[in-house]
Design a protein around this ligand. Structure first.
Ligand code: USQ
Length: 406
């Protein structure tokens, strides 16, 4: 297949591009490199030394003889450029990662809220709009999030996208219907993914666009089979307070002897998936496209659930370290349970990497190897969900006063 990977320079986009290229697909990365600009804005860098996208694709060609093409396009702002590119290249499938993906960054200030909404919603809408306008019947696979469901404890499994409900009619009968699971976003970023869902429902119904939406949990790990092939193919690894996700943060904190930063009492339960399984799921989704006229296909892309404080204790046990219970910068439930259905990927043959099995090698191969590149001052999470939370975040876990919490 000819596959356009939108956002193919990012944390999941890059290993996905390599994986699909290795499978023999013709890969075109469309990216505006915004993630690299945000690193500059925040004064942080990937833990792993990351080359330019042009250099990465050159090394891939040198190692495998396969070409990955790169196109510098901003989906949210360059609608006409995107439309012309799609019209000229007519990909068979499009994988859409091209959104600002950090919840803390999206809550940092009013400017960051605007940026996240404008960027994410426009990117998705521009894409759908252009596909319909040029009559492109490509399968669109979108990276959504488990966060669209919220993490409230309801005492029932979270289904894959749709919830069967009984509705009492005016004549007193009960009719059953499947509705999109009620969305319950916990950040501006998560809210944009809820809005994406509505766009997908409309374009599938009105124009027959074939769409798969992957509700992914928190990705952990760094390497995939392909990124291991050469030092310069390495994936990015974020550990800072905005882009670092919880488990990867704990791994690097343990490696450098920094207290593990648990928010609140650490009672939040979240869904997780290893990066290798994430790219495999995208391949499975591409190979199982919906037919024209089908409703949006939704998969829960996660393999296990864990409570944050249990993860911290597990990492501290494996890699050593102490756990710090800190004021929570977020507005979220102190404790929640989470039970998630993921039958569809299991039925398609996903054989998951378990966290206990993979953690130690991650600490040794990545966290300890690159520990010398860590800037400890970038570890504290200082983006507050509301103004009244901000003053509680004045000290880092080592007791130092932070300069600014905005
Ligand atoms: N947390 C800590 N300590 C930390 C960092 C986070 O206790 O140092 C807690 C947070 O308060 C939260 C949980 O860990 O309760 C998860 O935080 P996270 O930063 O790992 O994940 P999140 O903000 O939810 O976002 C990440 C990705 C996002 C993706 C989402 C999937 O950045 O792109 O959509 O995971 S999910 O969480 O399932 O919605």
């Amino acid at each position: 297949m000819k596959i356009a990977v939108l956002g193919g320079d990012g944390f999941v986009g890059w290993p996905t591009s390599l994986h699909l290229s290795e499978q023999g697909h013709e890969i075109h990365i469309l990216d505006n490199l915004s993630r690299r600009w945000i690193d500059t804005e925040l004064g942080v860098q990937s833990l792993t030394p990351m080359d330019s996208i042009q250099e990465r694709t050159r090394i891939w060609h040198q190692e495998t003889g396969r070409r990955i093409h790169f196109h510098l396009i901003d989906l949210a702002r360059d609608y006409e450029v995107l439309k012309s590119w799609l019209a000229e290249n007519r990909p068979d499938a499009i994988v859409h990662f091209a959104e600002q993906r950090a919840a803390p960054y999206s809550m940092k200030s009013d400017r960051h809220k605007n940026y996240t909404v404008n960027n994410n919603v426009n990117a998705t809408h521009n894409l759908l709009n252009a596909m319909v306008e040029i009559g492109l019947d490509a399968h669109l696979v979108h990276l959504g999030t488990m966060g669209v469901y919220g993490y409230s404890t309801v005492g029932a499994e979270i289904p894959e996208g749709y919830l069967p409900v009984g509705i009492e009619t005016m004549s007193g009968e009960t009719v059953s219907q499947e509705i999109l699971y009620p969305s319950n976003p916990g950040s501006i970023y998560h809210m944009t993914k809820c809005l994406d869902q509505q766009l997908f429902q409309f374009y599938a119904k009105n124009d027959g666009v074939r769409i798969t939406d992957l509700h992914q949990g928190i990705v952990w790990g760094t390497h995939t089979e392909q990124t291991r092939r050469h030092d310069q193919l390495v994936n990015r690894f974020d550990y800072d307070g905005d882009y670092g996700t919880v488990l990867n943060r704990f791994l690097i904190q343990a490696a450098i002897g920094y207290p593990l930063t648990v928010h609140g009492v650490g009672g939040q339960t979240r869904a997780f998936i290893h990066i290798q399984d994430s790219v495999r799921c995208i391949e499975l989704a591409l190979n199982n496209a919906p037919k024209k006229g089908d409703r949006v296909k939704i998969f829960n892309q996660m393999t296990e659930t864990h409570r944050v404080r249990d993860l911290a204790e597990l990492v501290a046990r494996i890699a050593g370290g102490t756990v710090a219970y800190l004021p929570n910068p977020r507005k979220e439930a102190a404790e929640n349970d989470l039970v998630v259905k993921n039958d569809q990927f299991r039925a398609l043959g996903l054989n998951a990497i378990t966290l206990e099995a993979g953690l130690l090698s991650e600490v040794m191969d990545v966290a300890k190897k690159y520990a010398y590149r860590v800037d400890r001052s970038r570890i504290p999470a200082v983006s507050a969900w509301t103004k009244d939370i901000a003053p509680t975040l004045e000290h880092d876990p080592e007791g130092r006063r932070l300069k600014s919490v905005s």
